[in-house]
Design a protein around this ligand. Structure first.
Ligand code: SF4
Length: 95
């Protein structure tokens, strides 16, 4: 069988697999999330996706950031919430 693009040819996995896996390890660190409350349309997707990170104001329904910075263990869900925001009110601030 011919190896697909990006896959090592058969027989090279045993020797190179461990090195290849180590090359893809990523250390997740805390991030900051930028919030533009003026753009928030109170859809609540961020709260549904990452309730430990976001909440909504009881008065106007706009987003409130609960964790700043967002700790490493919450970064994945925070990024997902940012991607789901329909108004573009959220962004991950890369340092
Ligand atoms: S998902 Fe976006 S628009 Fe909806 S409440 Fe959160 S910040 Fe506001």
């Amino acid at each position: 069988m011919r190896a697909g693009r990006g896959h090592p040819p058969e027989g090279e996995l045993a020797g190179d697999g461990r090195r290849d896996a180590a090359r893809h390890l990523v250390t997740v660190t805390a991030v900051r999330v930028g919030v533009d409350r003026e753009r928030c349309c109170s859809a609540g997707m961020c709260v549904l996706t990452a309730p430990e990170v976001f909440d909504q104001d009881e008065v106007d329904g706009r987003v409130m950031l609960l964790l700043d910075p967002v700790p490493a263990e919450r970064v994945a869900e925070a990024r997902e919430a940012v991607s789901f925001c329909p108004s573009g009110a959220l962004r991950v601030v890369e340092s």
